[in-house]
Design a protein around this ligand. Structure first.
Ligand SMILES: Cc1cc2nc3c(=O)[nH]c(=O)nc-3n(C[C@H](O)[C@H](O)[C@H](O)COP(=O)(O)O)c2cc1C
Length: 237
């Protein structure tokens, strides 16, 4: 593995377009570890993302220990036991094109065998950009007092996608999740995350044990507009 941080620190041969077009949300993984140098390349790719004002407000809690995963799983199984009653989406929206559930139940059920979870947090010590953006509560947590676009998750999700594409290029599948918010305090406590740090999302990584085809996406013409809303998208020279 190359160590020059100004060169791509990986020998992966997959092109960026191959990685983008073949990335799938994977919820069931083989119970085998990801080699340390592969983990390192994935997390390092996260640090190369863009962020508001280059604040780089991310903190990556890399979880590989079985005991931690089992404790997190116990909370998530409990949270998911009642979650379906609260969903706003219709049942037909909760499956993918081949009828596979996208609700996270499978991910939670197999959480203890996910080889690596990267819990991605926002650190206000680097992330706050404007006066009065946050105030401190009595318990040490922060509350947003001035909404400024580009905050928190907006500066973390690019890092997540970087890690997922880096993983894909290295043969490691992934799942982006936000469902830890359902047991925010408990999971922060398990991982020792301080009160003022925001836990925003978690990305699961491992060697997939699901057979997944190509991702299904809406055709570009259905979601793109040219030079103004409603103008059918077409590009000509
Ligand atoms: C903001 C966000 C939240 C998500 N939350 C969950 C989740 O709670 N559980 C889950 O299993 N997948 C979750 N996913 C993964 C999506 O279900 C997945 O990306 C989508 O179904 C497309 O999957 P595909 O790339 O395999 O086609 C989430 C993805 C995003 C971007």
């Amino acid at each position: 593995m190359k160590t020059d941080l100004f060169a791509a620190p990986s020998d992966a041969s997959m092109t960026v377009f191959e990685a983008i077009y073949s990335l799938r949300a994977t919820r069931i993984y083989e119970d085998r570890p990801i080699p340390a140098d592969v983990i390192h390349q994935i997390v390092q790719a996260g640090t190369m993302a863009c962020s508001s004002g280059n604040t780089q407000p991310w903190e990556f809690v890399v979880v590989t220990e079985r005991d931690l995963k089992e404790r997190i799983k116990a909370h998530m199984v409990d949270a998911f036991s009642t979650i379906d009653a609260e969903r706003a989406q219709k049942p037909e929206q909760l499956v993918d094109g081949v009828g596979r559930p996208i609700t996270g139940h499978a991910a939670v059920e197999h959480l203890d065998t996910v080889p690596m979870m990267v819990v991605v947090c926002w650190n206000p010590e680097r992330g706050v950009r404007m006066k009065g953006e946050y105030e401190t509560n009595l318990d040490g947590t922060l509350r947003e007092t001035r909404v400024i676009p580009g905050g928190r998750g907006v500066s973390l999700f690019q890092a997540c996608q970087n890690m997922m594409l880096a993983g894909r290029a290295l043969g490691v599948s992934s799942l982006f999740t936000t469902f830890f918010f359902l047991r925010n305090d408990e999971i922060k406590a398990i991982l020792g995350i301080p009160p003022h740090i925001f836990m925003e999302c978690a990305v699961f990584f491992g060697y997939g044990e699901e057979k997944l085809g190509k991702p299904r996406r809406k055709p570009l013409a259905e979601v793109a507009h040219i030079n103004g809303w409603g103008n059918p998208y077409q590009i000509t020279n």
